[in-house]
Design a protein around this ligand. Structure first.
Ligand SMILES: [Zn+2]
Length: 372
């Protein structure tokens, strides 16, 4: 019996292999990378077409010497070397082993990480490795500060938590790329929105400039990722404070970064990453959510009333931080965000809750029914 199973298995795996040599070669030359991204494949296809076009153009010139033919290939190769540089660097970063210290930080500080499957964990770690390899993060320095003690001592833990904020948004979208030209500047505490100084009553904890850097108060990043001991305290599973426990400055600012993409320095609350067919629906939903906030009939942070961009950012915070409540109170918004990010965080939270709620020994084996 076991040998027949074995042959079945072999048969199945040989069926999965590409059928022809051509298909095998094209899968090798134009691969979907292990993180599920097709970006490198697309660059290779485009480079081949560029090379081919250059070759055809050269051959079309009358009396072109034969040795000019390889020029087409060289043009294609040059295109690939220049334009696919970021994708090639990404593959290098993904191939490097993920540090155990970083993994421990994720276990202690990022609840979502513990809810992921092994494959998803690898994806998540990969996004963090790529982010840290591509992105400059530095502590505020070079400005006149009266209080030298107020300078940030930036640690690996801070860097990993900032990277994790971005990775949460990117987890379901292996082809999304954040811009790398925005440096991240970390302040020790809140700062003034206009002067960027840490004067008294300064209240900004994060900010994204249209063309400039991303600013974070490290104290706010710390609060966004409470330590593991406090996960079970408060009103919800992952909420350390009952009020506005959905606040997460990292998710908030990177949501703005996604919103800024391709909008010439504007953020509208309707990212261009959305398919055009959905953008109108998205606008309409934001208007509904705005009315609900005004009526006091919303679980979103009222800060979203400032404008559509902020409404989008606080919605993203709730989607990941307060997902079960958002899904039950705002199912339409939850559905749009779920399609956009290609993630269903409420489903994850529920499955973890069923793990965390310890069953008595005599109930083991019976079907658990924790949720109606
Ligand atoms: Zn904002």
């Amino acid at each position: 019996m076991s040998s027949s199973h074995k042959s079945d298995a072999t048969g199945a795996s040989s069926e999965r292999r590409p059928k022809s040599l051509l298909a095998a070669w094209s899968a090798k030359l134009f691969p979907v990378t292990p993180d599920g991204s097709t970006a490198l494949r697309d660059y290779r296809i485009l480079s081949s077409l560029v090379g081919l076009a250059a070759l055809v153009a050269l051959l079309a010139i009358p009396r072109m010497p034969v040795f000019a033919a390889p020029l087409g290939m060289m043009v294609g190769a040059a295109y690939y070397l220049i334009f696919a540089r970021r994708e090639r660097l990404r593959q290098k970063l993904l191939a490097a082993p993920f540090p155990d210290e970083y993994r421990e930080i994720l276990r202690q500080r990022v609840p979502l990480y513990l809810q992921l499957s092994d494959d998803e964990k690898r994806r998540f770690e990969g996004e963090i490795a790529v982010f840290l390899g591509e992105q400059r993060i530095y502590a505020l320095g070079g400005l006149e500060q009266d209080d030298r003690a107020a300078q940030v001592k930036l640690t690996d833990e801070h860097r990993v938590l900032i990277a994790a904020s971005a990775a949460i948004l990117l987890l379901g979208r292996p082809d999304w790329r954040l811009p790398t030209d925005r440096d991240i500047v970390v302040y020790p505490t809140s700062f003034a929105e206009e002067t960027y100084s840490m004067e008294q009553n300064a209240h900004a904890i994060g900010m994204v400039h249209a063309q400039g850097p991303i600013l974070f108060a490290i104290s706010a990043i710390e609060q966004s990722f409470p330590r593991r001991q406090s996960w079970l305290h408060g009103s919800g599973l992952f909420q350390s404070q009952p009020q506005f426990a959905q606040s997460h400055v990292g998710l908030h600012e990177f949501a703005h970064v996604l919103d800024f993409l391709g909008q010439q320095g504007r953020s509208t609350g309707v990212p261009v990453l959305l398919p055009p067919s959905v953008q109108r629906e998205w606008h309409e939903q934001l208007a509904i959510e705005r009315d609900r906030l005004i009526d006091g009939n919303s679980v979103l942070n009222p800060y979203g009333l400032k404008n559509e961009a902020e409404l989008f950012a606080v919605s993203v915070e709730s989607f990941f931080q307060d997902s079960a409540r958002l899904r039950s109170h705002h199912p339409e918004l939850y559905g749009l965000l779920s399609d956009f990010f290609n993630q269903d965080p409420a489903a994850r939270t529920l499955s973890l809750q069923s793990v965390v709620q310890l069953r008595p020994w005599f109930a083991l084996g019976s079907t658990p029914r924790y949720f109606a």
